[in-house]
Design a protein around this ligand. Structure first.
Ligand code: PLP
Length: 404
């Protein structure tokens, strides 16, 4: 996104031309950016040659999934719905992994019927359930076991998943025990060790610790895993100060790991593929004086973009039209929903805004629309994609009548 003559553009499109055509709030994605992000991951991990399985939960729009498939990625899914949608988008079953702590019978049966690459199990009970279903179907099912490496991802507490107090995976002791159970099974084929320590990781240290923990466990259970699934979590630069994960370093650490452990690497990135490709275009409804600051009340709310309310996450908010106002303002950007957590950002030194101005909330491609709800009975926003100088509608704005 760049300003041309103080007017905001995305892939050479003036955002002002979009709001002339559509009503806000609008999720708008850049095809160019998605492609760049995928290429960036592929380039950095070239020596590893991983299977990249896009984490569908980050953004499950069918149009987006189709673009991802065209770039030859697989998918990481966490529900029957996501699995069905990945298949509908044309992603090959042999590139799909199924994660999650609570897969129900119906989900496991469907995954087995479709012959997906791996079901990554997270408990003894789940393994026994998969075995039971596999036996009934007289099939041999490829599975992974998710390790909880007890690694602090040093990210927001709410999006940490690899510490021993988290519900995900199993600890080292139980892991070895489960390996022995699966080894004895006639209907299960243990192919993978998986980990995923959390999201929005900006520092390499947690990944280094994770790789160490994985190496240790592999040694301890003395088993040749065909795949090591390292999950996702690669962080992006939400505050626009170049604070992103050093992928080169991460790649080098994995290369070292592969010298000791001969296996194929799987990644499950979500945010790093789609996060910075999306913006949420919104309009100022009212501006209201508050105590020591003014409230800028937007037509986008926590039901459209949940991350700030859910995790205390920060998204930059920038104006469609830059002006050189002398008076700088302290603003709190909020939505119209009846919750005090329906607030996006408080900022000092902001240019003076007016009612009916338009703004852009940045980097909302991941966990934006996929976390959207109908809270306060608000329809979900329109989603569009800018591709090759064209605007494509990915998903129409919900109609109020659909909610009645
Ligand atoms: C959420 C999740 C991911 C994707 O995480 P990102 O931070 O978006 O890359 C990958 N794997 C698993 C198991 C997940 O739960």
């Amino acid at each position: 996104m760049i300003y041309k003559k103080n007017k905001l553009t995305l892939d050479r499109f003036y955002i002002s031309s979009i709001i002339k055509k559509y009503k806000t709030p609008i999720y708008c994605y850049s095809y160019q950016k998605i492609k760049e992000n995928i290429q960036n991951l592929k380039n950095h991990f070239k020596k590893i040659n991983p299977l990249i399985c896009y984490a569908v939960k980050a953004n499950s729009n069918l149009g987006i999934l189709k673009e991802i498939r065209k770039n030859n990625l697989g998918a990481d899914v966490v529900s029957l719905g996501e699995l069905m949608k990945a298949l509908k988008a044309g992603i090959q079953p042999k590139k799909i992994v199924f994660s999650g702590v609570g897969k129900i019978t119906e989900e496991i049966e469907f995954a087995i019927n479709k012959n997906i690459l791996l079901i990554n199990a997270e408990s003894e009970s789940e393994i026994l359930e998969i075995e039971k279903i596999a036996k009934k179907k007289k099939k041999i099912v490829n599975i992974g076991i998710r390790l909880n490496p007890n690694t602090d991802a040093k990210t927001l507490r709410q999006i940490s998943t690899g510490k021993k107090e988290n519900k995900f995976g199993v600890d080292q002791k139980i892991f070895s025990h489960l390996v022995n159970i699966v080894k004895k099974s006639k209907n299960l084929n243990l192919k993978c060790l998986s980990v995923h320590i959390g999201s929005q990781i900006l520092n390499n240290k947690p990944y280094v610790n994770m790789l160490k923990a994985v190496s240790k466990v592999i040694k301890k259970c003395n088993y040749n895993f065909e795949y090591i699934d390292l999950g996702g979590g690669m962080g992006i630069d939400y505050i626009h100060n170049n604070s992103k994960l050093n992928l080169k370093k991460y790649s080098q650490e994995i290369e070292k790991f592969l010298k000791v452990n001969n296996c194929k690497i799987i990644f499950e990135p979500g945010r790093s593929i789609i996060g910075n490709s999306g913006i949420l275009i919104t309009k100022v409804i009212y501006i209201k004086k508050g105590f020591k600051k003014d409230f800028v009340i937007l037509d986008a709310a926590m039901n459209d973009l949940m991350r700030p309310a859910l995790y205390g996450a920060t998204h930059k908010i920038i104006p469609l039209k830059k002006i050189n106002s002398k008076s700088k303002k302290v603003y709190e950007f909020v939505g119209p929903i009846c919750e005090s957590t329906d607030t996006f950002l408080t900022t000092k030194n902001y240019q003076k805004l007016h009612e009916k101005d338009y703004l852009v909330i940045c980097d909302v491609g991941a966990y934006g629309m996929s976390l959207a709800s109908n809270y306060n009975l608000r329809p979900k926003p329109l989603e569009i994609l800018i591709k090759n100088s064209k605007i494509l509608t990915l998903n129409k704005r919900q109609k109020i009548s659909e909610l009645m």
